[in-house]
Design a binder for this molecule. Structure first.
Ligand code: ATP
Ligand code: MG
Length: 131
């Protein structure tokens, strides 16, 4: 996902260019907005964390771009491309270093395993929307 801050700050094109230039193929993509229920479900793993309410408010405050990306070693390579959760700790040239503003508003989400990538892809897309 390109998170609401990335969309608000005009970074959709810049981030997609970084992603496709790094060799990821876009096999599904949409411009949409999460409901509170959607965001609570998507980030349910964090529901006991102190920042959960803030995270849900942030993720629902405006449109996002969701996508399914394909590449060899995609999960690990995408996490490397986006950089650390906190942009202050993110390596030079990573998407979060370039486009994120804070640990909360960090521009992009990446799946953390192949299993979660499949679950999250099915969360956002119907089968006929995946190419
Ligand atoms: P994501 O799952 O969005 O790709 P991540 O895997 O790098 O990010 P997680 O630990 O899964 O990091 O946290 C999920 C999201 O919750 C973060 O991307 C960020 O938006 C928010 N978040 C994490 N830690 C904090 C924090 N300490 N304060 C505020 N928001 C936070
Ligand atoms: Mg995560």
């Amino acid at each position: 996902m390109l998170k609401p801050d990335a969309v608000e700050n005009g970074h959709i094109g810049g981030i997609l260019d970084k992603i496709t230039s790094a060799g990821f193929k876009i096999v599904a993509m949409k411009y949409t907005q999460l409901s509170k229920r959607d965001a609570q479900a998507f980030y349910a793993i964090h529901k006991e964390r102190p920042f959960f309410g803030e995270l849900v408010d942030f993720m629902t405050r405006g449109p996002i771009v969701s996508a399914i990306l394909e590449k060899d070693n995609a999960v690990e390579d995408f996490r490397a491309l986006i950089g650390a959760t906190n942009p202050a700790d993110a390596a030079e040239g990573t998407i979060r270093k370039l486009f994120a503003t804070s640990i909360a508003e960090n521009a992009v989400h990446g799946s953390d395993s192949d299993e979660n990538a499949a679950i999250e892809g099915a969360f956002h897309f119907a089968g006929r929307e995946i190419f």
